[in-house]
Ligand binder design. Structure first.
Ligand code: PLP
Length: 379
């Protein structure tokens, strides 16, 4: 089987798997316990946070909160910040459902919510963003890398615009698809919140983390025993946190970037050389895209059928985001201006450092064969 759906989830790294087992079976003690072994585990969690802070280039100062998923982390950033005095919140139209649907909840509470359109590349339209921002804005959320297209938002520029138009607004960045693949140096855009998800970079599923610049201003959305500085109660998921530590120790964004870029080139070259040239194909590519995601539309074919055909031949790919694959259409691609046929013919290919060159080449071959066959059979 060839797995080219790494934007949906990734395989555990070796050290992550070792830690998951070790901290479930040997050093499994509750980190909140007041005996030595519990205390040692609490110390390990702190060290993991400090390591994560290093990857984000922020000073570690009790400002990283572990959650049960990135979805929970984005919800904590939004609903832990919202106040009855809020007037307006601004989001990119490309946000993942965890942010997008939270924005709709804010709207239901009577807050003015603006979704700023994307440009042709899938990044937020900076002119429209500037026009949407004013002194009334309390909160902005813009993803770092699109899970649908791989488009990278220019966060430095966005931070500049924000500083000019609404310096007091809180700024959340969903970094789930960015972490470990592009630079996540938060110093360059100084967000108030940054969300990551462990399972997207060879850590375990069911663990998210939220960087919070100013934890004193955040309120919890889950109440209980007061773990995570009282901001996320519930016994810490020690095995997952330690697995995340293992994944972090093995994560080198710069090395990944080089490797993933090469895999993308192999894949695209092989696909183009094998695909029937009559099939109209639209690929989002060029500068400004993350190295691990390729969004391809085979115009006139059905992405869903292609996905099934590939699956039968041992290739796993996605038709857009896994979270929205049950729904017809694709709000993000539609916002970029894709035609109905471009949306219907869209598939997403995504790599990880565990993808081999052979997998990329064989995957491209299978996809091209399936597209050629479907094209022949439907003409
Ligand atoms: N944000 C983005 C951009 C994602 O791609 C995903 C998952 O696909 C999430 C948030 C949610 O992550 P989690 O699965 O940890 O809830």
């Amino acid at each position: 089987m060839i797995f080219l759906d790494n934007a949906s989830t990734t395989r555990l790294s070796g050290r992550a798997a070792e830690n998951l087992l070790h901290y479930s079976t040997t050093d499994f003690y509750n980190p909140s316990a007041s005996y030595y072994a519990g205390f040692q585990n609490a110390k390990q969690i702190m060290e993991t946070k400090a390591l994560l802070a290093k990857h984000l280039n922020v000073k570690f100062n009790n400002n990283i909160i572990f959650t049960g998923s990135a979805t929970e982390a984005t919800n904590l950033a939004i609903f832990g910040s919202v106040r009855t005095s809020w007037k307006k919140a601004v989001f990119s139209a490309g946000e993942h459902p965890s942010v997008y649907n939270s924005a709709l909840q804010l709207k239901a509470r009577g807050i003015e919510v603006v979704f700023v359109d994307l440009d042709k590349t899938g990044a937020i339209d900076l002119e429209k963003l500037e026009a949407a921002l004013d002194e009334d804005v309390n909160f902005i959320s813009i993803m770092h890398v699109s899970n649908e297209t791989g488009a990278v938002n220019n966060l430095e520029k966005i931070a500049e615009i924000k500083a000019k138009k609404c310096p007091k607004a809180l700024f959340h960045v969903d970094g789930v698809q960015a972490f470990g693949k592009v630079s996540t140096n938060l110093e360059t855009f100084k967000p108030d919140f940054y969300t990551i998800s462990a399972h997207k970079f060879h850590g375990p599923k069911g663990l998210g983390a939220l960087y919070v610049k100013n934890p004193a201003k955040l309120l919890p959305i889950i109440h209980g025993g007061g773990q995570e500085y009282n901001l996320r109660s519930g016994t810490e998921n020690l095995p997952a946190i330690m697995a995340l530590k293992g994944a972090l120790e093995e994560c080198d964004a710069w090395q990944n970037q080089k490797l993933l870029k090469t895999l993308c080139i192999y894949f695209k070259t092989e696909l183009k050389s094998r695909l029937n040239p009559e099939i109209p194909m639209k690929i989002l590519e060029g500068e400004g895209f993350a190295p691990h995601i390729i969004s391809i539309s085979f115009v006139g074919l059905k992405g869903q059928v292609l996905q099934n055909m590939c699956d039968q031949k041992g290739l796993m790919i996605s038709t857009g985001s896994a979270c929205s694959s049950k729904k017809m259409g694709n709000r993000v691609l539609e916002n970029i201006g894709y035609s109905k046929d471009e949306v219907l013919g869209n598939v997403r290919i995504s790599f990880s450092r565990y993808t081999s060159k052979e997998d990329a080449l064989e995957g491209a071959k299978i996809l091209a064969e399936c597209a050629n066959e479907l094209w022949r059979n439907t003409r």
